[in-house]
Design a protein around this ligand. Structure first.
Ligand code: GTP
Ligand code: MG
Length: 227
């Protein structure tokens, strides 16, 4: 089974290099593909310098995480894709190995890692996962209809495909891992506005009929928490 890593990145210069290094060190990864959307801070060069293959998307196509992921999947023939966000902090190859193992052992069709929220981890592990760190078979991504490929709701759409097929999922906390939040990136005001906008997009997924409410029940029944 060939696994490639796809990292969507837009203006993630402070973190993209160390994230690519962690991905390259993952025991199960063949190559690391960074999909850059016209970053203006050198993200693409830093990713390439760290050893990633870089896929460039330029305006008018640029500007959607979902479409960046699609471009990354299109750039590889791998059987499975490990998606990783470029803004992770303290992410190591060991974290990624732990995510991949249940998938490689065929105990899970989707295996995810969540950020370490300390006391709140139990809640996060039982919530519909929004995390970008996940391994899935290629066909799951390709099963998503084009009209559902949209920005930050993509993680929920993937959850929906997995749940509707009643596929087994494993979830674990990536101990010590966090990320640069939108407030770190854009400042307090713009960051808060962007965060509220993103949460609304995500929360409205079932309301807009993109994923059925009952998919969450299927998801919980198929979920095993590890670690
Ligand atoms: N190529 C590309 N990557 C993107 C785009 N939007 C977001 N990303 C990347 O997708 C990953 C996750 O995006 P974030 O903006 O951090 O979203 P998030 O982590 O869900 O939200 P926060 O909690 O606010 O950080 C990061 O690596 C981003 O750089 C885009 O339009 N194009
Ligand atoms: Mg982030």
């Amino acid at each position: 089974m060939i696994v490639d890593v796809v990292v969507s990145a837009r203006n993630e210069a402070p973190t993209v290099g160390t994230v690519v290094e962690a991905c390259l060190g993952c025991s199960y990864a063949r190559q690391v593909i960074v999909v850059d959307d016209g970053s203006t801070d050198g993200t693409a060069d830093l990713a390439a310098a760290a050893g990633a293959k870089v896929v460039h998307r330029e305006p008018p196509d640029a500007g959607s995480k979902a479409h960046a992921m699609e471009a990354g999947v299109a750039a590889t023939d791998a059987d499975a894709i490990l998606f990783v966000d470029a803004d992770c902090l303290y992410l190591t190859s060991a974290h990624l190995d732990e995510i991949c193992l249940p998938f490689i052992d065929r105990r899970a069709a989707m295996s995810i890692g969540t950020f370490d929220y300390g006391f709140w981890n139990w809640l996060v592990l039982h919530s519909p996962p929004t995390t970008g760190e996940r391994i899935i078979p290629r066909w799951v991504f390709e099963a998503i209809p084009p009209e559902k490929l949209d920005g930050f709701t993509i993680e929920y759409i993937i959850n929906g495909v997995i749940a509707e097929h009643r596929l087994p999922v494993t979830a674990r906390v990536m101990r010590g891992v966090t990320h640069r939040t939108k407030r770190d990136k854009f400042g307090r005001l713009e960051g808060t506005i962007e965060t509220v906008r993103m949460f609304w997009d995500v929360i409205s997924v079932p309301l807009r009929g993109l994923v059925r409410f009952r998919a969450y029940w299927y998801y919980l029944r198929a979920l095993t928490i590890e670690g």
